[in-house]
Design a binder for this molecule. Sequence first.
Ligand SMILES: NC(=O)c1ccc[n+]([C@@H]2O[C@H](COP(=O)([O-])OP(=O)(O)OC[C@H]3O[C@@H](n4cnc5c(N)ncnc54)[C@H](O)[C@@H]3O)[C@@H](O)[C@H]2O)c1
Length: 335
Amino acid sequence: MIEVGIIGMGIRGNLYATTIKYNAFAEVIAFAEGNPERLQAAKDKFSGEAYEDYSRMLEGKRFDIVIVALPDHLHKDAVIEAASSGCNLLIEKPLATSYEDAKAMVKAIKEAGVRALVGYENRWSPIFITAKEAVAAGELKDIQLIQARLNDSIFVPTKMLSWAAGSTVGWFLFPHTVDLALWLSGQKAVSVHAVGQKKVLTGMGIDTFDSITATVEFAGGMVGTFSSSWIYPESIPLIYDMRFEVLGSGGALEVDLRDQNIHKMTSRYSHPPTLGRDIYGKPVGFAAEMLNSFIDNVKDGTEPLVDLQDALNGVNIVDTIHRAVASGGVLKVDD
Ligand SMILES: NC(=O)c1ccc[n+]([C@@H]2O[C@H](COP(=O)([O-])OP(=O)(O)OC[C@H]3O[C@@H](n4cnc5c(N)ncnc54)[C@H](O)[C@@H]3O)[C@@H](O)[C@H]2O)c1
């Protein structure tokens, strides 16, 4: 049995623990959660030792996998501690909220000789796998432009996450779209121009950006525009709005995840999510597939699908975007 410990039993920690219930090769043997009410809720739902302090959970124990599902800005210490204890790691995106931190984490992972997967779950999406196959087969020829928008409703930074001020919309959402651009194109970023706006959330006492928009130039001549905002009204039909377009010299493709094949008309109009949910209790979708494939990696001694260097490159770009926003100018993406 692959023995798993989970750090952070919020939305994602719960999703992973439930996924493992249905995996025949793995079991959750311990979890850590700093919020006493959430810890109690996890104890009621899952078996395994329960800890308030993750350092105590890691003390003297070598888990086959530790899942780090903490708020964005708290991944670093937990990852370094778990890696140093010899545990393989599934780390939620973003790997870290600075390139410096991400480099220190990857160094610790490499020194410990453990496997690590950063949670870029779209690489397990049948939709983006179809896009990747079309690009890899040369159907679009040379990619010139990627236009990626990924937005959230204001519910996310104001009601869903208690820690939005510790992150930004860029750290929360760009890891997905930037990783997709890197994965699909295989190109390296060279420069960034970005702007950010603060008004609505700061007005509500949450000191973080409402929106960030970046234009990124890549070495192969591709340009990517990445736009993310998390102040969309709660009335948008789905809690997120993701559109991803790729234009090549020989064709184009468009992904639109706003419509998930069901439109509900009750007291309000909505598009209930169908791509990631459970079927009779069992989580299905990209995140579940990603975790199950990492369990296979650890069980079978194979390498994870997301290379750590790719994850590091993604953090470097998102870090450069934030520095460009702060400086109000164009920045080179340094190694
Ligand atoms: N891949 C995706 O699509 C996706 C979606 C949502 C969130 N995420 C990422 O997953 C991570 C977790 O997000 P979430 O939505 O589950 O957030 P969440 O707030 O629901 O869960 C985080 C949990 O960590 C706990 N925590 C905080 N500090 C702790 C500590 N020191 N020790 C133990 N527990 C502690 C909190 O009490 C909370 O329950 C974030 O990095 C987020 O960006 C990824």
